[in-house]
Design a protein. Structure first.
Length: 202
């Protein structure tokens, strides 16, 4: 999504840097985790060594792109303005993608609810264990599943029996609420105020 037209040479170099940065993230993940980024499969030492070499080459390519940007036949103010406009374009793209993700998530939820209803309807309406049509065959499969009736009771039991590995608790700090309390004068261990520099694009 491009709201603004910018110098095509600069835009091309910035896009190349963006693509290389995506590759770097994948290489770093693979090296850190020791697994294939797409499949999750473990990778051997030989392939890991090749990925490390690819990471080094990609980092070098990023440096070359930055050098090319600095050597463009543009005045400093032109590079700053056009790079700023590139940032605006990317910001608009991010907003559009975020909205599309929310739309697709809602659409997925609707589809899941529809699927669940259809399956329950078919199970209720099928007179026998199997139905054979011209294009589809439906079969009732009998089975059992474990259903948690009271999570609070189960939580207490798991903690008492030291089975906390069965409890999935995702802890995260609410940073906005934390910052509000710090503004009011509250102090917290492990939190330190550090200087930052942010960019405002108008």
């Amino acid at each position: 999504m491009n709201l603004y037209q910018i110098n095509w040479e600069l835009e091309s170099l910035l896009e190349q840097r963006e693509n290389l940065n995506a590759d770097i993230k994948i290489y770093e993940f693979t090296i850190e985790k020791g697994v294939d980024y797409d499949t999750g499969e473990l990778i051997d030492a030989e392939r890991l060594g090749k990925i490390k070499i690819a990471l080094e080459r990609t980092n070098f390519a990023v440096v070359e792109i930055i050098e090319k940007i600095n050597k463009l036949g543009l005045e400093q103010y032109e590079k700053l303005e056009h790079t700023g406009l590139y940032c605006r374009n990317k910001s608009a793209e991010i907003d559009a993608i975020s909205k599309e993700i929310k739309r697709l998530q809602a659409k997925k939820k609707t589809a899941e609810n529809s699927l669940e209803w259809c399956e329950k309807y078919l199970l209720q309406e099928m007179p026998d264990k199997q139905f054979k049509g011209q294009l589809i065959t439906l079969t009732k499969r009998e089975g059992k599943k474990n259903e948690i009736k009271d999570e609070s009771i189960l939580f207490k039991f798991l903690k008492k029996e030291k089975l906390k590995n069965l409890i999935d608790i995702k802890l995260s700090i609410k940073k906005n609420e934390l910052n509000e309390l710090i503004k009011l004068g509250r102090q917290f261990p492990g939190v330190e105020e550090v200087p930052t520099t942010t960019l405002l694009i108008k």
